[in-house]
Unconditional design. Structure first.
Length: 153
């Protein structure tokens, strides 16, 4: 009989083999806030796992996968302490002005704490790579558009 016609087991066993969340090949640099976020994720997932019952198979699979990810990220985290500088670097807040006069501000952070909508970008992003090492007044090109650095903090 073809496997296509075999009934799946009851109880959510299909969830037991969720694929792992991909882990970035880049060095896991983190700010102090980023390290605290990772530690909080590990603690939250550990608490969620402890609260599971034997019939919570789908939740067990999901939480186990996420706990594995966050534990791995915690184990590879390399804390980068903030250091004041006139030069853009990891942890810097950078204000830029685009060609059309639009002003934006970003903080360059680790991959797990990056949230462009909230003003933080990963240090491996094209924008962060272009800005790193530059100072106020420098102009860089990102995705075919020029931006000028107006402040570094």
């Amino acid at each position: 009989m073809s496997q296509a016609f075999v009934r799946e087991p009851e109880g959510g066993e299909a969830f037991e083999d969720l694929p792992d969340r991909p882990i970035s090949p880049h060095t896991n640099f983190v700010t102090p806030e980023g390290l605290a976020q990772i530690e909080a994720e590990v603690a939250r997932h550990q608490a969620d796992f402890a609260a599971l019952g034997p019939d919570d198979k789908a939740d067990t699979a999901r939480i186990t996968r996420d706990l594995h990810y966050w534990t791995a990220r915690l184990g590879t985290a390399e804390l980068v302490a903030p250091t004041p500088s006139d030069e853009v670097r990891f942890g810097s807040r950078v204000e830029i002005e685009r060609e059309d006069g639009t002003k934006q501000s970003y903080r360059i952070v680790g991959e797990d704490e990056a949230d462009p909508a909230q003003g933080s970008i990963a240090y491996v992003s094209p924008m962060a790579k272009a800005l790193t090492g530059k100072t106020v007044g420098d102009t860089v090109e990102v995705n075919g558009h020029e931006v000028e650095i107006t402040a570094v903090g």
